[in-house]
Design a binder for this molecule. Sequence first.
Ligand code: 5GP
Length: 260
Amino acid sequence: MKKGKKLYEGKAKIIYATSDKNLVIQYFKDDATAFNNQKKSTIEGKGVLNNRISEHILSNLSQIGIKNHLVKRLNMREQVIKLVEIIPIEFIVRNVASGSITKRLGIEDGTVLKEPLVEYCLKNDELGDPLIAEEHIYAFEWASKKEIEKVKKMILRINDFMIGMFRGVGIKLIDFKLEFGRIKNNGRSEVILADEISPDTCRLWDSITDKKLDKDRFRKDLGDLIPAYTEVAKRLGILHEQSNVSAVNVTKLSSIKRKK
Ligand code: 5GP
């Protein structure tokens, strides 16, 4: 597949055109940002790990019938994905209170929620992705009621599946962010899961120690982000348990191969 021109560059990913108008290439960068771009860094190897972890989760979701944009992983940093029209909403799913909800509502960090809580945020960096009500989505026509009803059903299945998948490898799924997009299917608009699912977009705590295995290691200056993401990949069976190859080495290896 031929990589075309750059269509869009976000905080953690770049989208390139391909020779097929319905497909694009998604490139995972090593850049990390937090607090609405106020904190920035480059963490070598992060993109490689997120590419692999997201591929693993999205292909597993496909197998349980959750349609998503992933076509195939191309290499260490790139995936072929379906071009979607992104719905401008971040869907936040919470099983345990942590992060912004603890500050906004004064809920104690680590409080287990009786049922999964779905929150909506407008995808708008300039406004800091503000929390919105479901009614705002309809008032400003960001999505239709039918689309949101479908998304809500998908979200609950995704959450159930991911809770089980992570529980099986000793990880608690605290919360995560999802994005959805529209594609045309036989002339009809259809909503599918888009973007990535990785330790950048989830809170993942070790089941026994509550050690953070996600982007909070960067947000809270806890360090050791690559070892934490590598631990997630190893537990999911993506990297071999006995493998001593760090993500950084993997990155270097792939760039050496490409230069040949
Ligand atoms: P919070 O609202 O507590 O900041 O985030 C809730 C969950 O959604 C966390 O797992 C967080 O990583 C994810 N999340 C929310 N907004 C964003 C975002 O703009 N980018 C990324 N990568 N994750 C987000």
